[in-house]
Ligand binder design. Structure first.
Ligand code: SF4
Ligand code: SF4
Length: 400
């Protein structure tokens, strides 16, 4: 309670964060704003407000996009405040089947392996088509997860080490993340290809697991701590110059691990390649195409590494890059948010898709798997065929 009050009391109620908050912009409701949520937590922690369904709903409606934190002049640690509040009221919150399933698959490797086999069967036979025609995903309340599934790609078995394919410039660890391991093999393979081509020996520790973001945002600090400890021990090799991530949602959480030795090495892959000073342009084929660049909130507001992807992509000759306008807010994916807040998630996504399609690009690039899945599903729903890729996948495709 004291920690909650200490963090909430930093807010001077200036309201500068309000226009940057997606849920406030959509609702114009103070309770759905950062200032309003801080005031609610302050009142609750000061015992002026009871725990109620309504109170929990207002806090749960927050995307944890942390746009408010980025612009706050008083530097309110908003993310920490919300996570701590959710930990305190964990018992009072209900989880949907989709979110529970997502967490089980993310946190348990046996469940992830079963999910992988299940997906192969579901997506490579007529099962998915039949299930959809009978509305089975809807009846089982798994339709939101079903809509997010990308086309099935057979996973490639990963080696623990990949040597640099050019003059050696250093050693890095590659963090794959639970969703990368399950649904994003092409980004994983692309990251290995680009890093080794840039002169880095790449380690992919087998023991790594989920970053813990889903658990932390759900108020499950014990699971988050366990997952953080597993990752720290998996990447304990002192020779690593950096631990690079291919999903900014994971990277932003891992930069906040208490184990500073690990946290300080975490970097987004594009930012790492730019910061390491290498230039891939001589190794890249030109691409006559226009791409729309989406910058995930976790990359922009938490990691503050938003320039990396743009600078890296600028190394592809002839390609036209259009970042999304600054007025476009969070895409609505926000970890498991898109599963249990579909209305808000879809409203935010609609605005992003409209901006992205003006004019329509050949590719949309995003550095976070959750955003990429959500945006892809949005295009499919609109009947639009447009590839949504991680920037590193496009770089890998253009390597000579
Ligand atoms: S969170 Fe920061 S920006 Fe928002 S009202 Fe409080 S002090 Fe102002
Ligand atoms: S984290 Fe995002 S959604 Fe939540 S209050 Fe801040 S700006 Fe609004």
């Amino acid at each position: 309670m004291n920690n909650l009050l200490a963090d909430a009391d930093i807010c001077v109620k200036c309201g500068l964060c309000l226009p940057h908050c997606p849920t406030y912009t959509q609702t114009q409701n103070e309770n759905e704003s950062p200032r309003g949520r801080i005031a609610l937590i302050q009142a609750w922690a000061g015992r002026h407000l009871d725990t109620s369904k309504k109170l929990i709903e207002h806090i749960d409606n927050c995307l944890l996009c942390r746009s408010c934190e980025r612009v706050c002049p008083a530097v309110v640690p908003y993310g920490r405040l919300i996570n701590n509040f959710r930990e305190q009221i964990r018992e009072e919150r209900d989880a949907t089947l989709s979110v529970s399933l997502l967490k089980t698959v993310s946190h348990n490797k046996t469940a992830a392996r079963l999910a992988q086999s299940g997906l192969r069967l579901y997506q490579t036979t007529r099962l998915q088509k039949m299930a959809r025609s009978l509305n089975l995903p809807g009846l089982l309340r798994l339709d939101k997860i079903d809509r997010l599934l990308p086309d099935y790609h057979e996973p490639t078995a990963l080696a623990p080490h990949y040597p640099a394919t050019t003059e050696v410039r250093g050693n890095v660890g590659l963090f794959i993340g639970c969703m990368g391991a399950l649904l994003d093999h092409q980004t994983v393979n692309a990251a290995i290809k680009v890093l080794t081509a840039a002169g880095f020996n790449v380690s992919v520790p087998e023991r790594q697991g989920c970053c813990g973001a889903l658990a932390l945002h759900d108020g499950d600090k014990a699971t988050y701590d366990r997952l953080a400890a597993t990752n720290c021990s998996a990447f304990a090799d002192n020779n690593l110059d950096a631990i690079v991530t291919i999903a900014s949602g994971c990277g932003s959480e891992m930069q906040a691990y208490q184990q500073a030795e690990f946290a300080e090495k975490v970097m987004d892959i594009s930012q790492f390649l730019i910061k390491s000073g290498g230039n891939l342009s001589e190794q890249l084929l030109p691409l006559t195409a226009s791409v729309c660049l989406h910058t995930p909130c976790s990359l922009k507001n938490v990691m503050r590494e938003e320039q990396g992807a743009l600078k890296l992509l600028q190394q592809i000759p002839a390609m036209k890059i259009s970042p999304l306008p600054a007025t476009v807010q969070c895409c609505g994916s926000a970890g498991s948010y898109m599963l249990d807040h579909p209305q808000m998630a879809d409203a935010l996504l609609d605005e992003l898709l409209t901006a992205a399609l003006t004019p329509p690009p050949e590719y949309l690039l995003s550095s976070n798997i959750g955003c990429a899945l959500h945006i892809s599903a949005g295009f499919r729903k609109r009947g639009i065929t447009l590839e949504v890729l991680h920037p590193i996948t496009l770089i890998a495709r253009q390597l000579k």
